[in-house]
Write a protein that binds this ligand. Structure first.
Ligand code: PFF
Length: 445
């Protein structure tokens, strides 16, 4: 087995794992769910559910990974008794497949983001090219190829000089861009209406089952759970680090950026409405989310005159960066397997696996929208929760308790005095599987 990488510091891990968590789910998914679910009421429920329900599952993944210091297949097997080994292997492989499926559609969307960004840049220098923002197949293939090359290029360089280096560079840029855009949009006429919707919670909706389930599945996807990404990143954390604290920091960062994205996208929607762009259909429902990002916001940028192209460029750069720090974590799952379990050279593994997943993206693009929707559903609504529940079962029921608790205490000498210690071990056993069952019932329902 080749020597394994490790994050060089606490900050490096926090930025890389936050980079995985913070993605299109935060900047696109979250604000839209807020806008269609009672504004601040959704934000409130989402924050509570992330800490109460998603964070404990994140901890389950991190602790398995750090204990085993291996790819997901070997990690789950390492915490399993021999009777459950076949189930352990299946869980690991299934997670890997799910990570690859998510990457296959995520990269297509990320390609559109890059194309829109390039379109805005072209406009700034006086070239207007409608092909860049069209729905052409060649455009989708070409720009997702660009996105794959970036993703593969980073992962090929390994943990410290690839994933860590780029996550620590890109995350501060992402935060800067988002804050700059929030300030700019807040100064536009119409923005105040959006802020009102965002900040005034309609508390009568807080406990509505639809809202609670939306918040739960958003929290699950947003923390990159149920595919093994967090397990693999956990396997690169040093034994001297305090795991519960690191996990909480990542969950906090993920929530923080989602909340910031809401301050950007929701006021922007209302600025668009103020400028005459339609954001609600005749039935009073928010228009479909794809149109919102690729039609409404660009129309808004168009109404802003000269500054519009600059704002568009910054916005789509922000989206592309958020997508890239997430996609590298997806590709890392199969690449870690190829290097750890199959002793493949990392560069070769990254290119071979990355190109295979790209080939599947091309198949999706060629099969228009039905395959796209199908892959999204299979990966996020079915596989992620199922793999998630299997991870919880391994930690809660199959792994030897003394080993689990010893691993948890590594790097946290005073853990026994904390609330986390008193609650989490039973929580992960009883409550976490139930949460995921709820997610599944909803998907099947
Ligand atoms: N957490 C990412 C987002 O919110 O966009 C999506 C994601 C990343 C899902 C990595 C799964 C994954 F393995």
């Amino acid at each position: 087995m080749a020597a394994r990488g490790e994050f060089s510091s606490r900050t490096a891990f926090v930025l890389a794992a936050s980079g995985s968590a913070i993605g299109l789910g935060n900047i696109w998914g979250f604000p839209i769910k807020v806008a269609s679910n009672g504004g601040g009421a959704f934000v409130f429920t989402y924050i509570i559910l992330t800490f109460l329900l998603a964070y404990p599952i994140l901890m389950a993944e991190l602790v398995i990974g750090r204990y085993a210091k291996a790819d997901t297949v070997r990690s789950v097997a390492a915490v399993s008794s021999s009777a459950f080994r076949p189930l352990a292997f299946m869980t690991g492989y299934w997670g890997m497949l799910t990570a690859s499926l998510i990457l296959s559609f995520y990269a297509i969307v990320a390609g559109w983001m890059i194309a829109h960004g390039v379109g805005a840049a072209a406009q700034i220098i006086g070239v207007s090219d409608s092909w860049l923002v069209s729905e052409s197949i060649t455009r989708s293939v070409l720009f997702s190829a660009v996105f794959y090359v970036l993703t593969i290029g980073i992962v090929a360089n390994g943990v410290a000089s690839g994933i860590e280096k780029w996550s620590t560079r890109l995350m501060p840029v992402l935060i800067l861009l988002i804050v700059a855009l929030i300030v700019y949009i807040a100064m536009q006429p119409g923005a105040a209406e959006g802020w009102k919707v965002y900040l005034q919670p309609d508390f009568s909706k807080v406990l509505e089952p639809g809202l609670v389930m939306d918040a739960l599945s958003q929290a699950f996807f947003s923390l990159s759970l149920g595919v093994g990404t967090m397990m693999v990143y956990g396997s690169y954390i040093s034994k001297t680090e305090n795991l519960p604290k690191l996990g909480a920091t990542v969950a906090g960062m993920d929530i923080g950026i989602a909340v910031l994205a809401g301050m950007l996208v929701i006021p922007a929607m209302y600025v668009a409405q103020h400028n005459g762009v339609v954001i609600y259909d005749e039935a009073g429902n928010l228009i479909e989310s794809g149109r919102l990002i690729f039609n409404v916001l660009p129309s808004l940028f168009d109404t802003m005159g000269g500054a519009g192209s600059m704002v568009a460029l910054v916005f789509f750069a922000l989206m592309s960066i958020a997508a890239l720090t997430s996609s590298i974590s997806m590709l890392e799952v199969p690449v870690a397997y190829a290097t750890d379990s199959r002793s493949m050279n990392r560069k070769k593994a990254a290119w071979v696996v990355g190109m295979a997943i790209f080939a599947f993206s091309v198949v999706i693009v060629l099969n228009a929208s039905w395959l796209f929707d199908w892959v999204v559903r299979i990966a996020t609504e079915f596989s992620e929760p199922l793999v998630g529940i299997l991870f919880c079962i391994f930690v809660g029921w199959i792994w030897r308790r003394d080993q689990l608790l010893t691993e948890l205490k590594q790097g946290s000498p005073h853990l026994e005095r904390t609330l986390f210690w008193k609650i989490w071990p039973n929580y992960v056993r009883f409550v976490c599987p139930l949460i995921v069952v709820a997610l599944l019932i909803r998907s099947f329902g």
